[in-house]
Design a protein around this ligand. Structure first.
Ligand SMILES: Cc1cc2nc3c(=O)[nH]c(=O)nc-3n(C[C@H](O)[C@H](O)[C@H](O)COP(=O)(O)OP(=O)(O)OC[C@H]3O[C@@H](n4cnc5c(N)ncnc54)[C@H](O)[C@@H]3O)c2cc1C
Length: 549
């Protein structure tokens, strides 16, 4: 069964999966043109572009597609207004143009979002500074589809956002950027598109060693984390797109460290008293750092912090001091909110794959990406440093151009700026779900776009169909993949535990999971979601936070 999306019939969806893992038997017999390590937004974007240009591509991901930094972001597709303060006009212009491209190729996933910047007496940035910044922002955006910014008087603001603190309020600015509610799925749709163009995608496959060969090719040692098998793969060029793991992936042969990651933490809270209509981009009262309170998936996303992070990025969790900081800032901005730890639905944290730098503050470290072409024995290896969700497509285009130059092949050119992602293509099957209640249909559209046509005609069967779709056609291998990164239902409930009772038996029927595997899936899920819990009181932990997006 191919990865066609909406074309599958309900009967096919529930047939046992013919192939347990999509690992080709002859993996080590093929020499791929390019092997991409890392299935985050950047790795998936590169796999898509390279496959669309006709290269033989292998993508290896140690966990699930989009399960790394991509899932731990603030989920904005934005120009980065604050980068103007650091004079990074090129990054802002590129990001704004990419924002418009992503809205065209994935309108179901990337949607416009209105921001309000309130200005108070004593704010570091006054109304005039913000106005000039937004004028530049509008100009750099060009004639895109997103509306222009405007200034709001104090009374206009208190009319539209009555919950904001009134004391010392001077006025505000309003402008549009965009939100990707589920960046996990943006990465996935890139992976699915790559697969449609012939790429081989293997998840739960950790690269343990990169071995340059005398003949100019590169051999990778791989640990299949689902079967325990040791595999090898060979490629002409290897792209190390492992985000904050870039140095760990290179190992000791990699030379000087490339990444100096900083942790950013977020809170998810229920709608609170005085909650805003728009996304609020505010300056923290205590330390003047920027932070966001953003309507997200029926709740509010509050973030973020910017703290030096040591240790494995996979272990990053929000510390209690970060949680307290974010709660304090939100309560100052929305006095009726009175949020406490008990109001937090979950927390999450990720490590930005930023470059090693001697910048004075973490906020000053550039968010621009760089493409690091190694020399010497590793001259067929390219590592990626930094970047944003927003600019992943551009990064992928630049990396794929570089691969063609390295291989000395004729480059047919990049088409990803105009070719819609799978869920944005016209699909006549989408209409069969019209019998669903409008809210359920809207939820499915916001996740699967035009591929919603797979869903059954009756609301009661939707969950089962989504689970089957995830395992059959969306590269899911574990219960956690399905709950947290395919159906996205685990992000809407408190923990997603309730879904295990549907997902695990369905997987047993489709994939033949035995009792032991079912038990492992349940306990692995329970362990994984512990990271979302609010940490206990921090004792003497200092308030070690810097906030920015
Ligand atoms: C707190 C925070 C907020 C952010 N907010 C925004 C925002 O609002 N907007 C924006 O545009 N950007 C934002 N970013 C930046 C953006 O999220 C990242 O730049 C982007 O997600 C990086 O994607 P990536 O594919 O390079 O890395 P990742 O998503 O981390 O992907 C790397 C993948 O490599 C895999 N991997 C690691 N080692 C191996 C191995 N040995 N073998 C196989 N696979 C391996 C990992 O499992 C992982 O899935 C934010 C980042 C953070 C941390």
């Amino acid at each position: 069964m191919g990865h066609r999306g909406g074309g599958v019939t309900p009967e096919q969806l529930f047939e046992p999966r013919s192939r347990v893992r999509p690992v080709p038997d002859d993996l080590s017999a093929t020499c791929f043109d390019v092997i991409v390590i890392g299935g985050g937004i950047n790795g998936c974007g590169i796999a898509r572009d390279a496959a669309m240009r006709g290269l033989r591509v292998l993508l290896l991901e140690q966990r699930d597609i989009g399960s790394g930094t991509t899932a731990w972001s603030t989920r904005l597709i934005h120009g980065g207004l604050r980068y103007l303060e650091y004079g990074d006009v090129r990054l802002v212009r590129e990001s704004l143009h990419e924002r418009e491209r992503l809205r065209r190729i994935a309108p179901h996933l990337v949607r416009p979002l209105r921001f309000v910047i309130p200005v108070y007496a004593g704010s570091r940035r006054n109304l005039l500074t913000i106005r000039s910044g937004l004028l530049a922002y509008d100009l750099l955006a060009g004639c895109g589809t997103t509306s222009r910014s405007l200034m709001l008087s104090r009374s206009q603001l208190t009319d539209s956002e009555p919950g904001l603190a009134h004391d010392g309020l001077r006025g505000a600015a309003s402008y549009f950027d965009a939100q990707v509610t589920f960046p996990e799925r943006l990465a996935l749709e890139n992976a699915l598109s790559a697969q449609e163009h012939g790429a081989c995608i293997v998840t739960y496959a950790r690269v343990t060693r990169i071995l340059p060969r005398r003949d100019g090719k590169v051999t990778l040692h791989i640990h299949d984390l689902l079967t325990g098998e040791r595999l090898t793969a060979h490629g002409q060029v290897v792209v190390n797109a492992t985000g904050p793991w870039v140095d760990a992936t290179l190992g000791r042969q990699g030379g000087a460290a490339l990444i100096g990651g900083t942790r950013g933490s977020h809170l998810i809270v229920e709608r609170f008293s005085g909650a805003p209509q728009a996304a609020i981009y505010a300056e923290a009262r205590t330390d003047h750092r920027p932070f966001f309170v953003i309507p997200w998936n029926g709740r509010y996303l509050v973030g973020t912090t910017d703290v030096q992070h040591a240790g494995d990025p996979a272990d990053a969790i929000a510390t209690r001091s970060e949680v307290d900081y974010l709660l304090t800032q939100t309560n100052r901005l929305f006095p009726d909110a009175r949020l406490g730890v008990g109001n937090i639905v979950r927390t999450y944290a990720g490590v930005r794959p930023l470059p090693v730098t001697d910048a004075r503050t973490t906020a000053a470290i550039t968010r621009r990406h760089s493409i690091h072409h190694h020399r010497g024995a590793f001259d067929r290896v390219i590592s990626l440093v930094g970047g944003k969700l927003t600019t992943y497509r551009l990064l992928a285009e630049q990396v794929t151009d570089r691969i063609f130059a390295l291989l000395g092949l004729r480059d047919p050119g990049c088409a990803t700026a105009s070719q819609p992602l799978p869920g944005a293509r016209p699909n006549p099957n989408a209409r069969i779900t019209y019998a669903l209640p409008p809210s359920q249909y809207a939820r499915l559209r916001s996740i699967y776009g035009s591929r919603t046509g797979f869903a059954p005609r009756h609301a009661g069967e939707t969950l089962l169909a989504e689970v089957a779709f995830a395992f059959q056609l969306e590269l899911a291998e574990t219960a956690e993949d399905v709950i947290l990164r395919r159906t996205m239902r685990g992000l809407s409930s408190d923990s997603g535990f309730d879904l295990l009772d549907t997902v695990v038996p369905a997987a047993a029927a489709l994939l033949g999971w035995d009792a032991r595997r079912q038990a492992i899936e349940r306990s692995t899920y329970a362990r994984y979601v512990q990271r979302f819990a609010v940490p206990g009181p921090a004792g003497n932990t200092p308030l070690d936070v810097e906030s920015s997006a």
